[in-house]
Structure formats: structure tokens, C-alpha cells
Ligand binder design. Structure first.
Ligand SMILES: [Zn+2]
Ligand SMILES: [Zn+2]
Length: 131
């Protein structure tokens, strides 16, 4: 899987996703570089700092969570399957929305504490605010 390809040209002219194998065209509306696959949302560990392409790891970076910035913009939290490095990448306009939602909802599906009490408390607070 460690193909030595000129990734800086690959990422600005389109590339084949190392995880799902789909051919990814470059972003249609230009602007920032695409740094992950819009279908499976996987990325490649090729940077130390964003855009420097200096990492020799080239492991597949899987989306493990969503980070929401103060302006409401979503970012993906990626973790490298090879070395475990965690990075944050902004989402793109053509990212798989269903998969983004699934990743965002995942912690809610496996709460480490009983949800029932909290939900009834939230419900009570929201009805109190209506008065
Ligand atoms: Zn993919
Ligand atoms: Zn890595």
C-alpha cells in the first residue's frame, strides 16, 4: 500500500482513494485542496503540518469523529491506522453527508452512562424555559 506517488499533484488533479478505491476528481470549485475521499471520508497520512506532504507514513487515516468549530463549520477527526496519529481536517461541500451524520451520531449510540435520566432532566429544563 506504500506507493511512492507524487501526492501533491495527485491531490490537486484528482486521485484514487487508497481505502475504497474510487477515483476522486479534484474539487470542482477550486479553493482549498481536497484532503480526504468524499465517499468513505478516509485520508492518507502524508502531512506533518497541513499541506506540507512531509510524512513518510502514508497510512490510511480513518474518520473517527466530528469537530464543530465556533463558526459552525464541521471538521473531521482522522486517525492513522498505521501509526495512530490524529489530525483534524475541514469537511468539503461534496462529502458523504450520511456518513458524516453517522460518525457524528456514533457517540450518542453508545453512551457510557444511562441516557434516560439525562433526557428526562433536559426535557424538564426545556419545559421550564417555556414558562
Ligand atoms: Zn474512499
Ligand atoms: Zn501514520
Amino acid at each position: 500500500m506504500n506507493k511512492q506517488l507524487p501526492l501533491e499533484t495527485e491531490f490537486s488533479h484528482g486521485f484514487t482513494c487508497a481505502s475504497c478505491g474510487k477515483l476522486i476528481p479534484p474539487l470542482a470549485f477550486g479553493g482549498r485542496h481536497r484532503n480526504h475521499c468524499p465517499h468513505c471520508l478516509c485520508s492518507l497520512h502524508i502531512d506533518h503540518k497541513p499541506g506540507d506532504r512531509k510524512s513518510n507514513c502514508r497510512g490510511i487515516m480513518k474518520p473517527i469523529g466530528i469537530h464543530v468549530q465556533q463558526n459552525g463549520e464541521w471538521s473531521l477527526i482522522h486517525q492513522c491506522k498505521t501509526c495512530g496519529t490524529i489530525k483534524i481536517n475541514r469537511t468539503a461541500y461534496d462529502d458523504n453527508e450520511l456518513l458524516l451524520l453517522t460518525i457524528a451520531a456514533e457517540p450518542m449510540m453508545s453512551l457510557p452512562f444511562p441516557a434516560k435520566k439525562i433526557i428526562s432532566t433536559l426535557h424538564r429544563l426545556s419545559t421550564e424555559n417555556e414558562r
